[in-house]
Design a binder for this molecule. Structure first.
Ligand code: PLP
Length: 495
């Protein structure tokens, strides 16, 4: 199987080339030329497997040029009980007869990004060997909070790699900020940027397309790559947990063979829900894909109207990992919906960068609305959902997950669709103690990491070990720069 750019499909790359490169040179996203189908009987087989084996099975369908042994090695290193606090890795929790919650935050940084970023470094290292790359790769990351920490943990002290993370100064929670500022490892650097996530992300995109920088770094023995969800090596591991969750529901007798299950995903950059879409295209029996947004509801409007318009107010919300106005991975969806019309995708993306908006063709809009439902939820409502879930089900959820539960409720009310639904839970509530405590009626909050104990005492639940351990960590990174000075930070880091 080969990979092509969403903006020019004439040039085919191998899986290793696509992963090593990250972003296509033309600015497009590298994407499989064709999706493999789940073989007949696959779900039966998968039911009996461990998460690691499921990952090998699914990734093997996509990664020509990687041996099964290699993939087994990677899966064992990425998903094990030293790193995850649940042996099932991505457990599904039953909330009620029709609602199941897929918990993706049992990894080392307590957010769903670990699912992909524990795997990506292995895929990338192997891809560099396969493509005979001799230079050291420098991973540049723009993060709205969770990606940065998960990437730092995934890449720390991985040979022949460096990682530099930029995060928006006021766009992450205290705990998220502390997780990054205290990052350990010899090959890591972290820097705050004045502005919001889009400032950080557009800054990083500009660095990637800076030919002068590329040449300079080459002389120094480096090249840039990405761990943002634009890298195929990020999206692929995310397909696994949808297939795994479906297999679990079958295994537990919660659904019948072939039963269509809806999926509801708290969405920002559109990577997570895109993986659900791909899994469905591969033949996984999924029904409607529910795209849940916070007040930054650019995707809600897009799915409802076919018009994408980023010219709008940007809100800093309690679900910061979804505070995004440009959802990069949407480009891959447009490529798929248009049956790989690269010229059309290019024209939409041109228009997006010049005017900040585009409107898709009627036929694409019709397809979009068949596959997806969209809704959003503001901060007040988010906290009400957290409180209600805790009171009704004794289930503590984080603000991102709460947005998803709210949108599911809206969808059910609006449509009467009673299909069973997998709600994707993307972060531990302990990553967002302040707003979770606020939802539970506590207004006097303790400072810094003491807030973890406060949430534990209030709920009787223990904080995940990596968060509880923050107390003992030393702050290493305190710099904050203007967006215009990000280039200097790269040059300083890669001296
Ligand atoms: C990244 C993230 C999201 C959004 O996922 P996308 O793939 O960007 O749509 C949602 N919730 C949490 C906690 C996240 O870290």
């Amino acid at each position: 199987m080969y990979y092509v750019s969403t903006r020019d499909k004439s040039k085919a790359l191998t899986a290793a080339e696509a992963i090593a490169q990250g972003l296509a040179r033309d600015g497009g996203l590298l994407t499989p030329e064709q999706l493999p189908m789940l073989p007949k009987g696959a779900l039966k087989e998968l039911q009996k497997m461990s998460y690691q084996d499921r990952a090998v099975y699914v990734m093997n369908l996509f990664l020509n040029g990687f041996s099964k042994n290699e993939l087994e090695d990677f899966a064992g290193k990425a998903y094990n009980e030293d790193k995850f606090d649940d042996a099932r890795i991505a457990p599904v929790r039953k909330v009620d007869e029709a609602t199941h919650c897929l918990e993706l935050w049992h990894g080392p940084t307590s957010a769903f990004k670990d699912m992909a970023l524990q795997m990506l470094p292995h895929l990338l290292s192997a891809s560099l060997v396969k493509t005979e790359e001799e230079k050291t790769v420098c991973i540049l990351v723009a993060t709205s909070g969770d990606t940065g920490k998960a990437a730092l943990e995934g890449f720390r002290d991985v040979e022949k790699t460096k990682i530099l993370v930029f995060y928006p100064k006021d766009g992450v929670s205290d705990i998220q900020g502390l997780q990054m500022k205290t990052q350990e490892g010899e090959n890591v650097a972290v820097c705050a940027v004045y502005g919001n996530f889009d400032d950080a992300q557009s800054g990083v995109k500009r660095l990637f397309s800076d030919e002068g920088l590329r040449a300079d770094l080459e002389q120094r023995g480096y090249f840039l790559s990405s761990a943002n969800s634009i890298n195929w090596g990020r999206v692929l591991p995310q397909l696994v947990y949808y297939i795994s969750a479906y297999a679990d529901l079958l295994q537990n007798g919660d659904i019948a063979e072939g039963e269509l299950v809806n999926v509801c995903v708290p969405t920002g950059n559109f990577g997570n829900i895109l993986a659900a879409y791909y899994a469905k295209q591969m033949g996984l029996p999924l029904g409607k894909l529910l795209c849940a947004s916070n007040s930054n509801n650019v995707l809600t409007d897009f799915i409802r109207t076919g018009v994408y318009d980023r010219n709008r107010t940007f809100y800093t919300t309690m679900s910061p990992s979804m505070d995004i106005l440009i959802s990069s991975n949407l480009e891959r969806l447009l490529f798929a919906l248009s049956e790989q019309d690269d010229a059309l995708v290019r024209s939409y993306m041109d228009r997006l960068s010049k005017e900040g908006n585009y409107e898709i063709r009627e036929d694409l809009k019709a397809k979009l609305q068949t596959e997806f439902y969209a809704g959003f939820c503001d901060d007040t409502q988010t906290q009400q959902v957290i409180a209600a879930m805790w009171e009704k089900h004794g289930y503590l959820i984080d603000p991102h997950t709460a947005v998803a539960f709210d949108v599911l409720e809206q969808y059910r009310k609006e449509t009467g669709d009673a299909a069973k639904t997998i709600v994707v839970s993307t972060a531990s509530p302990f990553k967002f103690c302040d707003n979770v405590l606020g939802a539970l009626g506590q207004n006097e909050l303790r400072e810094g990491v003491a807030i973890l104990d406060q949430l534990s005492e209030t709920t009787g639940l223990a904080a995940p070990a990596p968060l509880a351990g923050l107390k003992e960590k030393t702050v290493r990174f305190t710099d904050c720069v203007d967006k215009a000075n990000m280039l200097d930070v790269v040059l300083e880091t890669l001296k």
